[in-house]
Ligand binder design. Structure first.
Ligand SMILES: *Cc1c(COP(=O)(O)O)cnc(C)c1O
Length: 219
């Protein structure tokens, strides 16, 4: 938390403008409970199956759950049930499926648009050019609320090399904001992991997704 605050200050930002998502994939419920007791307020999960089991084990835990993995449309129902914010919407088809289940559940589902800023073929996400179109399309869905953008740059040993991708996501947010699409609020930038969260915060991250630095390595 001290490193988040220091990075925020270097970026000319207030520490509480950055929220930590404690990424718990592969770690057991006891580890999640310990993290929450130590102050984690948001738990990030990548897999629906795993999240369902952990959610049951930790039903009354005072934390929000965020989905940060690749979401298949046939799991949309569970995602809507479990998660406050879904970081990884990358198609209208998925958005429409989430909208349908959110409608049934009487919920407005908050989402981020996942952007493949680097254009790597192996990464999920829409291109920067498609992000505005998707934001406009999702804005038409009554039970979906677009809160911002998420990205995962290529992995580098040197976090400085990830920085241009973080800056690009921030500029994209400004471009979309400038279009003032009704119903789309571009508050959130989900970017930065254990190896590069400080650079991400300096470039404007509002949500950093940190696993290893909190829970240790994954088997
Ligand atoms: C696993 C994961 C993280 C956390 O990665 P660490 O390097 O362990 O901090 C963040 N974001 C996504 C999308 C992930 O899948």
């Amino acid at each position: 938390m001290a490193r988040i605050a220091a990075a925020a200050q270097r970026g000319g930002r207030l520490p509480h403008s950055v929220q930590l998502v404690a990424v718990a994939k592969t770690h057991p419920p006891d580890a999640v409970r310990a993290a929450v007791e130590a102050g984690a307020k948001i738990i990030g999960e990548n897999y629906i199956q795993e999240a369902r089991a952990k959610f049951e084990a930790l039903i009354h835990i005072p934390a929000q759950w965020h989905f940060i993995g690749h979401l298949q449309s046939n799991k949309a129902k569970y995602a809507v049930r479990l998660f406050h914010l879904i970081h990884t919407v990358d198609s209208l088809a998925l958005g429409a499926e989430l909208d349908r289940h959110a409608g049934k559940a009487g919920k407005v589902q908050e989402v981020l648009i996942q952007v493949n800023v680097s254009g790597e073929a192996t990464k999920s996400g829409v291109s920067a050019g498609q992000a505005t179109t998707l934001a406009r399309e999702l804005a038409e869905l009554p039970h979906i609320k677009v809160k911002g953008l998420m990205t995962m740059p290529p992995y580098f040993d040197d976090p400085e090399r990830a920085r241009p991708f973080f800056a690009a996501l921030r500029r994209l947010r400004e471009d979309i904001r400038a279009q003032a699409i009704p119903g789309v609020d571009m508050m959130e930038l989900s970017m930065g992991m254990t190896g590069d969260f400080e650079a991400a915060i300096e470039e404007g991250a509002t949500l950093v997704r940190v696993g290893t630095a909190i829970f240790g390595g994954r088997a």
